[in-house]
Design a binder for this molecule. Structure first.
Ligand code: MN
Length: 298
């Protein structure tokens, strides 16, 4: 199942099921109140998905399909408990960054939930002259069943599904979280593909283009810390909750984007996002006062 969240005209925050190039509104069957704040309905939906799935499937079959072109796709889980991200989780990316560590011994960081955005929304660049903002193409894991101290071999029991994710970042040497926390710096989508439709997430080709130029092209089989390992490591430290998102790390080929460009990311079985980049007029801060240029290594 492909589970999406979308706006259509004045209808905001709807839940939909995608088939081909169409979507059916199943908000009612999903038990989600789009006007609720904070918007935790999608978290509840994932927690109760097994019970709700038959009703969702009936609603999808009975509803009126809408062309995807008529809707704006939003981030599927807008208010998760946390977004976990693994840095330097592909050897070739570690090499280009000159990083002497890997996710296996460095661990993870968190991105703020407020950085989440959707496939139909732009990335807004902050005013950080002297700094590059880079794209990082990543596979997102969306947690279904929560847990603590999850064993490697039990990882599948806890995965709800997968999505494309862009881990946007201001390059520099300051706190990683500050550099990756701007609003719209974590597009996730275009929807969540449930785990039953992704039988082997350790063999997914992932590609990223900027204005048609292919920049990243890698396979999740090259992850340093694999998906079972990421779930075991994060849950050794923290309780995982339904709706938690794991950004699994980016392969080589990161690079700068500028206002007016479009980032395209595709991942096998997970779909495609085409995210416009817009130069914003805020976000200036002394954190990024000093210029920095990444010198990539090969
Ligand atoms: Mn990343």
């Amino acid at each position: 199942m492909k589970l999406a969240r979308f706006d259509r005209g004045t209808d905001k925050g709807r839940i939909g099921i995608v088939t081909g190039s169409q979507i059916v509104d199943v908000t009612e069957a999903a038990g989600v109140d789009p006007a609720e704040w904070p918007p935790v309905g999608p978290v509840r939906l994932l927690a109760e998905f097994d019970r709700l799935r038959p009703a969702l499937e009936r609603a999808a079959a009975a509803g009126t399909p809408i062309d995807l072109a008529e809707v704006t796709l939003l981030t599927p889980v807008p208010w998760p408990n946390k977004v976990i991200a693994y840095p330097v989780n592909y050897h070739a990316h570690g090499a280009e960054m000159g990083a002497g560590y890997r996710a296996t011994n460095q661990g993870f960081f968190l991105k703020p939930n407020s950085s989440l955005s959707g496939a139909g929304e732009p990335v807004i660049l902050p005013e950080t002259p002297g700094r590059e903002v880079h794209h990082e193409s990543e596979l997102a894991i969306i947690i279904g069943k929560g847990g603590r101290n999850i064993a490697r071999e039990d990882w599948r029991d806890h995965v709800f599904g997968y999505a494309c994710l862009l881990d946007m970042v201001v390059r520099g040497r300051e706190e990683r979280v500050a550099r990756k926390a701007y609003d719209t710096f974590c597009p996730v989508g275009p929807w969540i593909t449930t785990a039953d439709e992704v039988p082997d997430p350790a063999n997914l080709q992932m590609k990223l283009w900027v204005d048609g130029e292919l920049r990243q092209d890698a396979n999740t089989r090259d992850l340093v810390l694999d998906i079972p390992g990421m779930i075991a490591m994060a849950s050794a430290v923290m309780t995982l909750y339904p709706g938690d998102i794991i950004a699994t790390g980016t392969p080589e080929g990161v690079g700068p984007v500028q206002g007016g460009q479009t980032i395209r990311i595709t991942i096998d079985q997970c779909g495609e996002m085409n995210v416009p980049v817009v130069q914003g007029t805020g976000g200036s801060t002394e954190i990024f006062a000093d210029p920095y240029q990444l010198v990539k290594k090969s």
